[in-house]
Design a protein around this ligand. Structure first.
Ligand code: DC
Length: 197
């Protein structure tokens, strides 16, 4: 069975948690596509060469999860040739036999517009910054400023800007516990699977 769950949305909205939970529940493979952009910027050198030469081992670095790595990833992600170099791998991952969950910014709009389920996970910038701050500490106002800066770059770029696909289901987690968001996402996937049976 070929079945793709596309999960898009801004940083720290809960995409990662929801994606991992849905993949585990339905036995689907999961790809965190943000990690690809983080790894490209962490490799250094020319980002287009880094994207073309990206290897699985590049995703194993332990410095990819920081706020700084996220900001740097958002910068290289605005380069069209970088996105182009990473698109084929993501498309194959999405449409291989067995079911796949991909989370990112452009999965439902550009990488896999034919996805059987499209979710757009969002929350207010304040709530997202607070969650990130609980993880990383430091100055909360600074974390909020960085969240806003990254939103503006990811939503404002010319190539594949972050936006909800017209047929995506929007889940706003601003005032929703994570297990409720996971339950809603799972229900939507379950219904789409049933409709195919
Ligand atoms: O999801 P994340 O925070 O790990 O993503 C890091 C950056 O990578 C994000 O700010 C923009 C970019 N990105 C992208 O442009 N397209 C994707 N599908 C995933 C991430």
């Amino acid at each position: 069975m070929i079945f793709t769950v596309a999960i898009d949305g801004p940083a720290a909205a809960g995409k990662g948690t929801i994606s991992r939970a849905v993949a585990a529940q339905f036995g689907f493979r999961h790809l965190d596509t943000g990690l690809l952009y983080r790894a490209v910027s962490a490799k250094g050198g020319d980002p287009v060469d880094a994207a073309r030469g990206l290897r699985p081992a590049d995703l194993d670095r332990d410095d990819l999860r920081s706020l700084a790595a996220g900001q740097a990833a958002s910068r290289v992600a605005a380069i069209p040739a970088v996105r182009e170099a990473l698109a084929g791998f993501q498309r194959r991952f999405a449409r291989e036999e067995g079911g796949a969950v991909l989370d990112g910014r452009d999965i439902g709009t550009v990488i896999c517009p034919e996805a059987e389920v499209k979710l757009y996970i969002t929350a207010s910038a304040e709530v997202r910054a607070h969650r990130r701050w609980l993880e990383v500490g430091g100055d909360e106002a600074q974390v909020l400023a960085e969240v806003r800066e990254r939103d503006a770059r990811d939503m404002g770029r010319d190539t594949s800007p972050l936006r909800a696909a017209a047929d995506a289901v929007v889940i706003d987690t601003s005032e929703m516990p994570v297990d409720e968001a996971v339950r809603r996402a799972s229900d939507i996937v379950e219904r789409a699977l049933e409709a195919r049976r």
